[in-house]
Design a protein around this ligand. Sequence first.
Ligand code: SF4
Length: 177
Amino acid sequence: MNVAKIKPCDIADGPGVRVSVFVSGCRRHCHGCQNAEAWDFGFGEPYTEQTKEYILKLLEPDYIDGITILGGEPFEQENIPGVAEIVQIAEESGKSIWIYSGYTLEQLVNRAKTEREIWYILDTADVLVDGEYREDERDITLKYRGSRNQRVIETTATFVEYWKTGKMKPVIWEGEE
Ligand code: SF4
């Protein structure tokens, strides 16, 4: 996996002050994508042990509320092992975890039946912002998402209900909105 960029103090991609990790590689090519340079899987720098140590260090200060993983596409097959590792270190740090994906929650849950690391990532994350960016549904008044079709989903609450009822009914994060 390559990492396109890391923002040590990001206030745009989730609540509070966050470390944002933009992974490289996305095959969706949504019209109007803001991160088109990260479509290329070879863009940026390889994710290494040093990158992991750097992220851990960035997560240490008390003023950092959490980590956001976006891209590129965190759930492209090539990126899943690296993303799972970042999620694991973030969980150990006790900080909140947000992930952006062009896939919908339902598509990811379906894939997770055979790709177990997707379960781990979804189950460990606090919030998934899902769905591809659609230029025709663009709305600049939305918080933490670019188009109306995208959803900010509380994964923990969603899965609690899913395990109880067997029904996937996304619980929308209300946070500060
Ligand atoms: S899924 Fe995200 S990174 Fe990929 S093209 Fe769409 S907006 Fe860009």
